[in-house]
Write a protein that binds this ligand. Sequence first.
Ligand code: ADP
Ligand code: MG
Ligand code: MG
Length: 915
Amino acid sequence: MAKKWVYPFEEVDQAEKYAGSWDGVRGLLGGKGSGLADMTRAGVPVPPGFTVTTEACNEFRKTGKFPPGMWDQMLEALKVVEQKTGKKFGDPENPLLVSCRSGAKFSMPGMMNTILNIGLNDAVVQGMIKLTNNPRFVWDAYRRLVDMFGTTVFGVDDEIFAQPLTDYKARKGYKLDTDMTADDWKALVGTFKQAYKKTIGEDFPQDVYKQMELATKAVFESWMGKRAIDYRRATNISDDLGTAVNIVTMVFGNMGDDSGTGVAFTRNPSTGDKKMMGEYLMNAQGEDVVAGIRNTQQIDELVKNMPQVYNQFMDITSKLEQHYKDMQDVEFTIERGKLWMLQTRNGKRTAKSTVKIAVDMANEGLITKEEAVLRVTPEVVDALLHPQFDENAKKDAVVYAKGVNASPGAAVGQAYFDADTAEKMAKENKQATIMVRPFTKPDDVHGMIASQGVLTSEGGATSHAAVVARQFGIPCVVGASMIKIDLENRIMEVNGTSVKEGEWISVDGTTGQVYVGKLPTSAPSLEEQTDLLTLLTWADEITARKEIRTLPDGRKAPGVQVWANADYPKDARRARSYGAKGIGLCRTEHMFFETERLPIVQKMILAETSEERTKQLNLLLPTQRKDFDGLFEAMDGYPVIIRLIDPPLHEFMPDEEKLLEEVIEMRVKGETRGLQEKENLLATIKGLHESNPMMGLRGVRLSIVMPEIVEMQVRGIFEAAADCHLRGIVVHPEVMIPLTGTVKELEWIQPRLVRIAKAVMEEKKATFTYKFGTMIEIPRAAVTAGELAKLAEFFSFGTNDLTQMTFGYSRDDAERNFLITYVAEGILPKNPFQTIDREGVGRLMQMAVNEGRQTRPDLEVGICGEHGGDPDSIEWCHMIGNNYVSCSPFRVPIARLAAAHVALKYAGQKILEDK
Ligand code: ADP
Ligand code: MG
Ligand code: MG
């Protein structure tokens, strides 16, 4: 027997058995098909129909032919539909019409083709007119079919149909399509058929089966169309999935005033509010609502038009939401007072509503807290912390236009009036662009993605522009109808104020307002985002569970904590308010660069004797102590890791070339005052010159050659810690030695520093816990970690340097010169400076954790490179047993969520041991 390629909506159980899971059914029948079948099973009114599987599509793509048996199965299934509806396909006496609809596993709004009204031909038209007594409706349906068939099956330009319609209306003096009479549509069908034949070279097919066959092929082929491919690239959907084809009995929303069609979301997709949001049109067919051609009515008004249908609709949609445990996006049609559901799917939504809906549904008991946490991706949190327009600036600015706030966020850019130009300016000229259009279509998506924001003058909250913008997190305002866009002259205008192409505008997708010029933006405060805070609290609870990880010796441990990199008390306070549980890296050298301190630092470097150096350092001590004091106070109760001086000394000195110029100029002019000092300084800088400073005298090496600096720093750290301790603040200072390569370095420096720490605590009569540890950023350190751990009480991976040295790449040079090529050619899967290279760098980390803990079982391990805020790298840190990741304060919320995701993904599993 031939393979089963076709599933009537009633056979969803069989599909489930074959596919093994609901996810499998979605893969097999596509999102639309599985939704229609699932609704049919639940007793929801769905027009009878069947689905041709994605497997059939994939066979077709391989061979260019329908797989054996598929067509017969379609005919068979069509017979069942005929029985259910009591109508017959192609029979003028009592005709069945169907739509042929695409539908892949993941919804790709408007990316593929749908053809309505299949089954109409010259004879059927006559029969239908007799049956419905509504010739206008029938001729209108026929012209739509000829149009859709030509454009989607044969890919001809829509203009060949749109233009004659425009001309016809102009000739008759009509403004709207609704002005067209039955005879007008009839005349136009004739024109359309001629245009069809002229362009395509054959007549519009009168054989209804031929129509179904060609339409099915066209849907299969649309999977590999440019629009669909672009969309998949942008959303990371695999090409292998294929699309299903759904053949669905036509129901008509355009049969009079007791008919209509609409789309709705069960909750507000923009704000997340628990209130149905939707639009509908009476006496209209499917596409009319989304196309934004006519002004739609809000769904609430349906209660007045048709109370019974409204109640039934609210009941069905609320059940659908309960069933799928997620916000649904539905399409419906009312045919002569009877409601039909045409589609349901999990609705696309903004970052804000993603979080709100997840938190609300958990609170409603619809989903668990874990599910709520998993529903929000780190990117969503990222988007929520993105800039908004500055409130004060908005007060002073003049609103240029106002439309529907379709996708929130602030966008500032140069206006361009078509997708290609917007994309070109953004990509080639690196401009910030705003795409401005009357409305958008699927082939505009590339311009939208490349732009900072989107503005349209037509359409509503469910228009194409709005749906796509929300999905990609692009700020978007739609339906700003006071704007007159003149595409030909590349200019837009509101009440006499015009904006030319290329001029700057600011679009506020949160309020729907548009401004001329550049409005300043600012980062939103996390404190105000109460839903996000709730979600992050749940995330932390998950990560902190004691049994999340199993250590090699069988003990249980929680997931990875999130700490932050902060150099100043104000950063530390922000980090803490963002939820950091410690400071993983405080770079002390920043403190040396401040204007009043730098001259002292330079004198200290120039000092010829140790006494002179110590004298200068003693001048720096009070300020360093103050810096640390503020940090400990901000992090009361949490660990603070302070890294001792790391960069090469030349970074603190004046620029060599500039100094040389000054000296030469003085010599030429014969100036002598101060010349000697400058010459000495120049000589010292020359002496400090290294051909590869990043691998030269820096880090622990510098501390060994010139120990006075770090001795002062350790004194500053412990004096500050002791002072804080005496004030009642709980301090956990951790002193981090950078760039260690051999344990001998630690043996040389660490005991001296520990002595100072102990001396200070005795002087101040203060005792508190503290640690001394090392960074692991040189491959040799990772390889000899077992030795290092004899002294080091903690490790912190400096993954920027570790990546540079493991690959032998200098980061700046690599990113500028060849990394893009390497990633494009597939030599590297990703930029290793953004995401940890697990096989190489990651392997070294894993080795270091294992060997370090063999020496010292309670060794604290973390990471403080930029990777600490990258979700994929956080996953790796979890897997190898890091205690924490440390990242920039702004990324802390993202990292907290990522840490919870990985905790759930690998809950209870053993951490990786060395291969
Ligand atoms: P998309 O995937 O772009 O949403 P659809 O297959 O859902 O495309 O169809 C496009 C439009 O046509 C929708 O508005 C839909 O409701 C309408 N439509 C599709 N099939 C039918 C049908 N059998 N009867 C009435 N309207 C239909
Ligand atoms: Mg649809
Ligand atoms: Mg480093």
